[in-house]
Design a protein. Sequence first.
Length: 245
Amino acid sequence: MRLTFLGSGDAFGSGGRLNACFHLERAVHGNVLIDCGATSMVAIRKGQVDPNAISTVLVSHLHGDHFGGLPFFLLDAQLISRRTAPLTFAGPPGFRERLMIVMEAMFTGSTKVERKFTLDIRELELHERVDLNGLVVTPYLMKHFSGAPSYALRIETEGKVIAYSGDTEWVDELIPAGRGADLFICEAYFFDKVMKYHIDYTTLARHLPEIGAKRTIVTHMSAELLGRQHEIALEAAHDGLVVEF
């Protein structure tokens, strides 16, 4: 199993990085995208990823840098990649309605076209473990305003656990979300500046012993933290980083 950070940036392209988009390759049940920010089709093409091999897209929360690539992904599936295999999207409550709004705003009529593949849109309920195409996904509530619940996702597949914070300030829900994970991917926006809705590196590092993940990689870094990477002790993501399990 292999995870590639196709996009590791924030909403503003800090450091020239693409929006959040992580590609998980599995032996069976198809590959997975974890978040699909607005630049994700660029990242997919740059990474030479086959969109038709992706069976499932998981969305942490409803901000454009985390789910804004889905209209492009669906249009590509229909017109370019000529998809026929079923596709599953899963995100927080309100996901279906928001996706339809964004699709119509960006490509009028795109919600009404007839496709040659089945699209299953699932809305994940807080703390409910759900089996999706060989994934067991459990959402945890984060503190990040997005007009709908913002989730951390605990993902179990092929004997491994990947936890992903999405965007959030520190909340204690991060502890069970990431506890003992083989890989904990967590945003770290500033070095030590505490702000609403985003976690800073210093706060995260202080709490890591409580989480006990086997490996932690920080992502979604601001320009300020990117300029101070030499000061941090944790692994830092970059576009193209590959993690082998």
